[in-house]
Design a protein around this ligand. Structure first.
Ligand SMILES: [Zn+2]
Length: 358
């Protein structure tokens, strides 16, 4: 706004105060700035004293980066790079693997530090001059991390220090350890000839041949692996409707909370099927044997031009594995219809039990 006097600023300030009084929400003064252009210095000082904000400068920054519409240039990123470099420099001399978790650190940093045991054996180092690699805590030796099996004793035996770098025992590509004072150290030194020295120090992610970190390799390494089930393609395929397949997956695993299962858990419920009120509700009855659902199932299968689909979970899965292979339109249509039927029958059953609208 173009300012000639201070009155509009006072109105803004009063409005903010009134909003605070009504809602309890106040402006964070440490995060608020006033941007002035062609405003006389005297007026500028008055504005700042009324609003109690700092005087800001362009460009506006968020998380250290300028908020600009164009492509970020190197110059735009320099402040952030300086900040990160300063943070890393403050770590010089401390190993990531041994630093204690600070009491007042962020949630993210705490999580990261807690994951160290899982990541430790996935990272090794190739030696250049050794100036960036910790002698006792990084994995650069054929024996692995030297501190782990040997403990502090080996550091003393080598007359070294905990935060020593590999460069302390490597000069001009030549190993220069002090004479070994223990069998463990003799063993460590005897394997140094196996290490191929490189141009420069390099961290190697051990899960692939390139040595570079990838999320995919790491996920494959960390995740729990089970034997692949034959029926997964019945549920998960390109045109699948995820919420339908999810209920289908629970049904295949017999994990839907059907009444027979609730009774097994000691929960007192009316055991009868809500559709026919004649038989106990279990997975087989609910989706296929019940007169109500069986009729629906037959109609849906007929629309898919299927006449021989069994009305039994196990047989149906075996039938699907055999007959609904591949990515053909018919196979996809049958599978989509199958899981949509299961999903909507389950929803309808729930609405009848809980009295909701369907
Ligand atoms: Zn029934």
């Amino acid at each position: 706004m173009k300012l000639t006097d201070i009155q509009p600023i006072q109105i803004i300030k009063d409005a903010l105060d009134e909003f605070k009084g009504l809602s309890g929400l106040s402006v964070n003064q440490s995060k608020s700035e006033v941007f002035c252009a062609a405003v006389p210095a005297g007026l500028q000082a008055q504005i700042l004293s009324i609003l109690q904000f700092r005087l800001g400068g362009l460009p506006v920054r968020y998380l250290g980066m300028p908020l600009i519409a164009g492509k970020l240039s190197y110059a735009d990123c320099v402040p952030l790079i300086d900040k990160i470099t300063a943070r890393i420099s403050s770590w010089t001399g401390r190993s990531f693997w041994t630093v204690k978790i600070p009491q007042d650190c962020t949630w993210g940093w705490r999580k990261l530090l807690n994951l160290r045991p899982a990541a430790r054996n996935l990272l090794s180092y190739e030696i250049g001059d050794g100036s960036r690699i910790f002698l006792w805590h990084d994995c650069w030796h054929p024996n692995g991390v030297l501190y782990q099996p040997n403990g502090h004793r080996i550091v003393l035996d080598a007359a070294s220090s905990l935060c020593a770098k590999v460069s302390s025992v490597l000069h001009n590509k030549e190993w220069c350890w002090r004479p070994a004072r223990s069998d463990d150290l003799v063993e460590v030194q005897s394997k140094l000839s196996l290490i191929q020295l490189r141009e420069s120090d390099r961290a190697v992610w051990n899960l692939n041949t390139s040595g570079k970190f990838t999320i995919a390799d790491t996920w494959q390494h960390l995740r729990m692996k089970q034997t692949e089930v034959q029926w997964w393609k019945l549920l998960w395929f390109p045109t699948t409707i995820l919420k339908h397949s999810f209920i289908g997956w629970l049904a295949i695993k017999n994990r839907l909370t059907t009444k027979n299962r609730l009774l097994q858990w000691g929960i007192g419920v009316d055991p009868l099927c809500k559709f026919c009120s004649h038989q106990m509700e279990d997975r087989e009855h609910l989706f296929f044997q019940c007169s109500f659902t069986n009729r629906i199932w037959k109609v849906i299968m007929a629309l898919c031009l299927v006449s021989d689909a069994p009305a039994d979970w196990k047989l149906l899965i075996d039938w699907g594995i055999l007959h609904l292979k591949g990515k053909s339109f018919r196979a996809s249509l049958c599978k989509v219809a199958w899981w949509a039927t299961v999903y909507h029958l389950w929803l309808h059953r729930n609405s009848r039990i809980h009295g909701g609208a369907y």
